[in-house]
Design a protein around this ligand. Structure first.
Ligand code: FES
Length: 121
């Protein structure tokens, strides 16, 4: 019998520092993301969402990052920044429509949206 391949799981990080949190209302994006993760079969069990203090790109916010979780890793808390450097999963200046496309592609299908994605430096 072939071994089952474990599905990738992702962490979705949304910055909530004063700039993106207050000025750009990133909390409404978090509520939207969590609602979709709870309700949609293609996304259920696929990702956890957590707040991140700041990506250092506030002028371009609100910003979001998708990173793959290690097996058993908790995706509900802010990770050590060392885990983020070099990860190609940063999306800048997101709105709800952009978030939806990122969820449908990067999270549901493991296909980054190449036109928008950057590496975190
Ligand atoms: S709070 Fe979003 S990049 Fe700084």
């Amino acid at each position: 019998m072939a071994a089952m391949t474990e599905r990738k799981r992702f962490q979705i990080l949304v910055c909530d520092g004063p700039s993106c949190g207050i000025t750009h209302e990133s909390e409404t994006l978090v509520e939207h993301i969590e609602g979709r993760l709870d309700k949609e079969a293609a996304l259920q069990g696929r990702a956890e969402c957590a707040a991140l203090t700041c990506f250092g790109r506030c002028d371009e916010g609100p910003n979001l990052m998708i990173r793959e979780l290690a097996p058993g890793e908790d995706g509900s808390t802010e990770p050590d920044f060392d885990l983020l450097y070099g990860v190609r999963g940063l999306y800048l200046g997101v709105d709800q429509a952009k978030v939806d496309r990122v969820l449908d592609s990067h999270v549901a299908k493991d296909e980054a949206v190449e036109a928008w994605v950057e590496s975190y430096e």
